[in-house]
Write a protein that binds this ligand. Structure first.
Ligand code: MG
Length: 395
């Protein structure tokens, strides 16, 4: 065993792109945790939360037994004990972090622990998660046109068509259409937009739809979903407000399409509420927000008891994309995972923070083979990202 000797917090942000807060793009920044053992091996993790907030959490001075410095807890530990370390981190940060940014920060640490443990053992992370439960992986592509920002519906649909074509060209056979069109369309027009999306994709592609929390009235959501039943939609995501679990339950019980959500949920306890109260068919915790690989394993086992699928959200860098691969490899009730392709998103953080990238052939990826997560940081991108973060702090 080689103990943890160093923990680094790396807040990264794009410096070459104006900070456009009116768009909806999780790849403009990230926070990477890098853990080094006594022999100089490194593990990396990240979380999808504001880097300055997570940095403050990770570096806070300890005050008492439920408000301790998280980095201090890791020092000297064995990375192979990631779930035990998770428990210690959770209990020791209950005051500031119970189900919010603290859990996101713990997610980054947990992912880095698995990466490091895998590198120490010379095994891919999915083997540490219990081993291969499938022979190949099935990623799905998210097609996001950006927020309308003055563009017309036909301009948005032109972009949609181009991105659909590109996703299929690079190998995807499952595609999620984002329809964050809000006031650009009425509900009646939205039905036609989704039908047009299905026509663009053809019948052979698995199609999902993300509504971006469009409704506050589950009846209105049902009105649209009933009218697109013949589009063979695999799931309907973010229909209602994230915390409207009773609305989700009403919608789930009255619609033929799988209702899903929970992309912002943290810990198995929140997911339990989504399943028990929200009655969703699929939960979509993000590995880098819900509590990391330790926690999504527990979530998958919990979901299995209710016949619920776990299809993780992932809208960050290649670190999160790698986590999705190892999770699906080791999980039966995960029919797919969101894979943010660097060929569909031009953020330098997504495209070059880590490498290598996996191939997609006819909708499938091979199981990862390299030790740990199987991706390595690019130091030049880290350097630029740190500078970008600094520039944002000083305004
Ligand atoms: Mg979403």
């Amino acid at each position: 065993m080689s103990k943890i000797a160093k923990v680094e917090v790396l807040p990264l942000a794009l410096s070459n792109k104006p900070n456009n807060q009116t768009d909806c793009d999780g790849t403009v920044d990230t926070l990477v945790v890098r853990i080094t053992d006594e022999d100089g091996r490194c593990g990396i993790g990240e979380c999808d939360a504001p880097p300055s907030v997570v940095k403050a959490f990770l570096e806070m001075p300890g005050a008492h037994i439920w408000s301790m410095n998280p980095i201090g807890i890791l020092m000297g530990r064995d990375p192979l004990e990631a779930p035990a370390i998770w428990q210690r981190l959770y209990e020791a940060t209950n005051y500031p972090g119970r189900r919010g940014s603290g859990i996101h920060a713990i997610s980054a640490m947990d992912i880095a622990l698995y990466d490091l443990a895998g590198k120490q053992a010379g095994k891919p992370v999915y083997k540490l998660l219990g081993g291969a439960k499938r022979e190949f992986l099935t990623p799905y592509a998210t097609i996001f046109q950006g927020m309308p920002q003055g563009r017309s519906l036909s301009q948005m649909m032109d972009v949609t068509q181009k991105l659909f074509d590109k996703a299929i060209q690079i190998g995807f056979r499952a595609v999620k259409m984002e329809v964050l069109f809000y006031d650009l369309v009425t509900d009646r027009q939205l039905v036609e937009v989704i039908k047009e999306g299905r026509r663009m994709l053809g019948d052979e592609i698995t199609m999902m739809v993300d509504f971006g929390y469009r409704w506050r009235d589950w009846h209105a959501a049902k009105w649209v979903l009933d009218r697109i039943e013949d589009c063979n939609i695999y799931f309907a995501e973010a229909t209602l407000q994230h915390d409207d679990l009773y609305g989700h339950a009403r919608l789930s019980e009255s619609c033929g399409i799988r209702i899903c959500g929970a992309e912002q949920a943290a810990t198995r306890w929140e997911i339990h509420e989504w399943i028990q109260t929200g009655k969703v068919a699929i939960v979509q915790p993000d590995i880098n927000r819900c509590g990391g690989l330790s926690e999504i394993r527990r979530i998958a086992e919990l979901a299995e008891l209710y016949g619920v699928q776990v299809v993780p959200h992932g809208w960050k860098t290649g670190i999160t994309a790698a986590c999705g691969r190892h999770f699906q490899a080791s999980t039966l009730n995960a029919e797919a995972f969101e894979f943010l392709s660097p060929y569909l998103y031009d953020s330098p953080l997504r495209q070059s923070l880590v490498s290598p990238e996996p191939m997609i052939v006819n909708g499938r990826m091979e199981l990862p083979a390299a030790p740990g997560l199987g991706v390595d940081l690019d130091e030049e991108t880290v350097r630029k990202g740190l500078a970008g973060f600094e520039a944002l702090q000083t305004g």
